[in-house]
Design a protein around this ligand. Structure first.
Ligand code: SF4
Length: 371
């Protein structure tokens, strides 16, 4: 079977752009082609924010966060001047918290070292904290019309089907990139259509060329797609089978007190480096590969108390492991040093989803006996 020839390359770009003009998604941060024709230009701050938030996260989940961030910090200088804990708290729930720490760091570099202006080349963008190859390519093309090759998991899927690439992922990644680059910017000149092309390809991957049941009948590339012609689009991309992520185990301690009729719980800040760095948490044991008995877990409690075990453990899936946490609860009248957070003000704290789940379990337990 022949691969799409170079004569197809221009047609592929053209048909995809025409499809985008007619049916591209209207996203909050996106300049639509007709608005661009009327002189609208993309704001690099807004695009950068959306690109960082959209890494590993859906557009639906990101949109309210994007609006919240812009309302709180309308410019990159505002974000740079915000306390980091406030940025982490605003990010809470969006996951992958290293992104929030790098977001704040990057805002600081742009505001303090680059006069508040994002650089206009992919190479310079790549030097900024938290901006990887995909985000650099996307920002450079969308905001500055740079001829880049925007490739994420969605794009890999489309290209693997279009060219029927047999080399499995992750090894086949370079080949997919090369094919994607052939179509992305054939003449290597700056043009606002480069940004439209990248966005059109993202739309194609997320809306039409879905992992299951791709809508090939609606696809502007069906005329050239080898996998569809062979009737096997879902067989691509080929992947080396991943091993199931390992399990880890531990426990958290939900300690509650009452102050002037208000319920408060004890929180701690995680170390700056590592998983969930700088975020808040319930005091926790180590997270280990083996399950330890309850009395061993209780030796790591932050305070000697009559801890009660909740029936419901918490399960949370991280990229590289699945965490199973037991939740112990207690209530205190004593003076315990630490960050006491009002239960009705938890939104002011940078609490990751995992800890929110654990707090819910601890709260449900309720009905404590004070001692
Ligand atoms: S024709 Fe089908 S499989 Fe091929 S790129 Fe389009 S949606 Fe994907």
């Amino acid at each position: 079977m022949t691969k799409p020839q170079s004569k197809h390359v221009l047609k592929l770009r053209k048909t995809l752009l025409a499809h985008y003009d007619a049916r591209g998604r209207a996203l909050s941060w996106r300049i639509r082609p007709k608005d661009r024709a009327d002189g609208a230009v993309a704001d690099p701050y807004k695009i950068w924010l959306s690109e960082i938030m959209c890494q590993q996260t859906t557009v639906t989940a990101v949109t309210p966060y994007w609006h919240k961030f812009l309302a709180k910090w309308p410019s990159v200088n505002d974000l740079a001047n915000a306390p980091r804990d406030e940025v982490l708290a605003a990010w809470a729930g969006l996951g992958y918290y290293a992104r929030a720490r790098n977001l704040h760091k990057c805002a600081g570099v742009v505001a303090n070292e680059l006069g508040g202006e994002f650089p206009n080349s992919e190479q310079q963008l790549l030097t900024l904290p938290g901006i990887g190859p995909y985000s650099a390519a996307a920002i450079a093309s969308i905001c500055f019309g740079a001829p880049t090759n925007v490739v994420d998991g969605n794009v890999e899927r489309v290209i693997s089907r279009l060219y029927m690439v047999e080399n499995p992922l992750p090894k086949g990644r370079a080949e997919l990139r090369e094919h994607a680059g052939e179509i992305a910017s054939p003449n290597r000149r700056r043009s606002h259509r480069n940004g439209d092309y990248g966005q059109a390809l993202m739309d194609l991957g997320s809306q039409i060329c879905k992992p299951k049941n791709p809508k090939c009948e609606e696809c502007p590339w069906s005329f050239a797609c080898l996998a569809t012609k062979a009737g096997v689009p879902e067989n691509y991309p080929k992947k080396i089978k991943k091993q199931k992520p390992p399990n880890r185990y531990g426990a958290v301690f939900y300690l509650e007190r009452e102050r002037e009729g208000t319920r408060e719980i004890l929180l701690q800040q995680r170390p700056d480096k590592g998983l969930l760095g700088g975020m808040m948490q319930l005091p926790t044991t180590d997270w280990t590969d083996t399950q330890h008995p309850l009395d061993h877990l209780l030796t790591q409690a932050p305070y000697p108390h009559n801890w009660q075990l909740c029936d419901k453990p918490v399960k949370h899936v991280f990229t590289h492991f699945t965490l199973h946490l037991k939740v112990f609860t207690a209530q205190t009248r004593g003076d315990v040093e630490g960050v006491w957070a009002r239960l009705d003000e938890l939104d002011n704290y940078a609490l990751p989803s995992l800890m929110r789940k654990a707090i819910k379990v601890g709260e449900i337990k309720g009905n404590f006996v004070m001692f």
